[in-house]
Design a protein around this ligand. Structure first.
Ligand SMILES: [Zn+2]
Length: 53
């Protein structure tokens, strides 16, 4: 899993750097199409009361 689409314009990000903060995955994305620099966070436990599928 990663970031395949720019949150701003939907194009493929030119640059994606994945790193961890605690148990959360962060993706630093830069899009050449619109010049937007964004950070996408995927929390490790978005849902805690349901088992993973
Ligand atoms: Zn973009």
């Amino acid at each position: 899993m990663g970031v395949r689409f720019c949150p701003g314009c939907g194009a493929a990000p030119e640059f994606v750097q994945e790193y961890w903060v605690g148990s959360d995955r962060h993706f630093l994305c830069w899009c050449a199409a619109c010049g937007m620099l964004s950070t996408v966070v995927l929390a490790a436990q978005l849902v805690s009361h349901e088992p993973e599928h």
